[in-house]
Design a protein around this ligand. Structure first.
Ligand code: NOJ
Length: 530
């Protein structure tokens, strides 16, 4: 039997757009969908296949859109439905697919269902769509269990009942304004199905599914063994990755199968490979994010292990591997690798490594410019993590600062307003799209070239990765091709000394070679007949 033709998403380069921070068309200091539409040619130029847009549906923005009050309409802040329709048409015209974020685990507290639940009082059907429970201890003063919110503090908030007295508590694994939905209630899936079909009918090419390892809660909501760490959780955490979440994914897949070209990408924070792979079984998600490279130092052994582990995890279900170095939650890799020149060099090397791998690649807006995380003053921080952690965790605003497009001073063409939703640092002047576009040595030109080569050459088509022996501190792998055909070799030097190049003809290097050798903190692609 021959393998089915590959789907478009199996080797796609996705570009993640954090819409608040991409481009502002109406001068309110917050990015929006018309801003994105106006700048689509930047993405055409970069060569990406698809975009993933973080949530743009109606929201009070307590967690910048991950608190959804109406999942089937676009928030006016982002330009409303008309702007979304313009975006889809313009993107499709340019051959760029559009995927959007959907948030099944929770709603906003402003969602009509939650408002109805508050008004209806204890024991009602309206409350059964969420997790309302009586408190523990005298007068129900203590939360129903010891679960922590991922953003810090208890995962429960007590409500004032319609009679004016303190009453039940509701569960929110994230912010107070993000009550968790009860997926045992069939209305919850029915509504989610409506949402999926609503957007698919309007032309979206798929979904990034938020907290795809959430949704299912353990029977009786038992206490957690240990206090879970903020923004991290382990595989024995009762709040996530419960076995019955897979039935939900199968139901979602059955809907998606009516739109066979569309894709789902799950946010799956599950460490164990066997458990992670369950999410990408043939009747569940198409793709699952694998975050290992975002947790990896610039160290050859660590990178090798992260890559091999991610390949192994996907291979368990014959699924497509995915690669992510940065996103709106985990921070930017330039800073993770040491900031400044060294951070940039390493980020460039890692981009080459990531784009050399088989599977689906995700680039986070600004990554192609080499943006670092930004040190922001306390008073501008907006991530709910900052307040909920008692101002001990600064949160994720550092990697959400708006994109610099042009000019020498903030707001760098991002907006016509100087009052951008997060301040932009002066030193973004060196990193604007305008500055980098025509500079052949820039990070932007480098990304463009790497994507062009990846898309254009047969060496990138095979699905296998073979590790070759490498000097200390370095790693080398090849993508085997058919006998007699050229194959790709990728070498990355994370050591202290230059290393000899593997055999082959250089296709692209992340830094100039020195005396024909690969210097520290750089990577190279070569082609050769295997
Ligand atoms: C994961 C999203 O990526 C993050 O930004 C958000 O805060 C949480 N899910 C809650 O929806």
């Amino acid at each position: 039997m021959t393998d089915p033709a590959p789907m478009w998403w199996q080797s796609a380069v996705f570009y993640q757009v954090y819409p608040r921070s991409f481009a502002d068309s109406d001068g309110d200091g917050v990015g929006d969908l018309d801003g994105l539409t106006d700048h689509l040619d930047h993405l055409v130029d970069l060569g990406v296949d698809a975009i993933w847009i973080n949530p743009v549906t109606v929201s009070p923005m307590a967690d910048h859109g991950y608190d959804v009050a109406d999942p089937r309409d676009i928030d006016p802040l982002f330009g409303g439905m008309a702007a979304f329709e313009r975006l889809i048409a313009a993107a499709h015209e340019r051959g760029i697919r559009v995927t959007m974020d959907v948030v099944p685990n929770h709603t906003s507290s402003a969602h009509p269902w939650f408002q109805a639940a508050l008004a209806a009082g204890p024991g009602t059907e309206a409350r059964d769509r969420y997790f309302f429970r009586d408190g523990r201890g005298p007068d129900g003063l203590l939360p129903p269990n010891n679960w922590e919110s991922v953003f810090g503090g208890p995962a429960w908030t007590r409500v004032v009942e319609p009679d004016g007295h303190p009453g039940q508590w509701y569960l929110h694994l994230f912010d107070t304004e993000q009550p968790d939905l009860n997926w045992d209630n069939p209305e919850v899936f029915d509504d989610f199905e409506k949402t999926l079909r609503f957007w698919l009918e309007r032309g979206v090419d798929g979904f990034r599914i938020d907290v795809a390892h959430g949704m299912a809660k353990p029977e009786g909501l038992p206490d957690a063994a240990d206090e879970a760490e903020i923004l991290r959780h382990t595989d024995d955490d009762p709040r996530f990755n419960r076995p019955h979440v897979h039935a939900i994914h199968r139901d979602i897949r059955a809907v998606m199968d009516d739109y066979p070209d569309a894709v789902t990408i799950g946010e799956v924070w599950v460490q164990d490979n066997a458990q992670w792979a369950e999410y990408v079984r043939p009747d569940e998600l198409h793709l699952g994010f694998n975050f290992r490279l975002t947790r990896t130092e610039f160290d050859a052994t660590e990178i090798h292990n992260a890559v091999q582990n991610s390949l192994d995890a996907a291979a368990l279900e014959n699924a497509t591997p995915t690669w992510t170095l940065a996103n709106h939650d985990v921070g930017r890799e330039v800073s993770r690798y040491g900031d400044g020149e060294i951070g940039l060099r390493r980020a460039r090397a890692m981009a080459l490594l990531m784009l050399a791998l088989p599977g689906t690649v995700f680039i986070y807006n600004g990554q192609e410019l080499g943006l670092p995380d930004v040190d922001l003053p306390d008073e501008v921080l907006q991530d709910p993590t900052w307040e909920r952690s008692g101002r001990t965790e600064r949160g994720r605003d550092r990697c959400r600062v708006p994109m610099p497009w042009s000019g020498d001073a903030p707001p760098f063409g991002f907006s016509t307003s100087a009052d951008t939703w997060l301040p932009m640092p002066d030193d973004f002047a060196a990193l604007t799209v305008e500055r980098q576009r025509n500079d052949p040595e820039s990070m932007l030109s480098f990304f463009r070239r790497a994507i062009e080569i990846r898309k254009g050459r047969a060496e990138f088509q095979g699905g296998d990765v073979d590790w070759l022996s490498a000097p200390k501190g370095a790693l080398i792998f090849r993508r085997p091709n058919l006998p007699g055909e050229s194959e790709l070799v990728c070498a990355l030097n994370a050591g202290r000394r230059p290393i000899a190049l593997p055999r082959g003809e250089v296709l692209l290097a992340s830094a100039p070679l020195i005396d024909g050798q690969l210097p520290p903190d750089s990577a190279v692609w070569l082609t050769r007949v295997g």
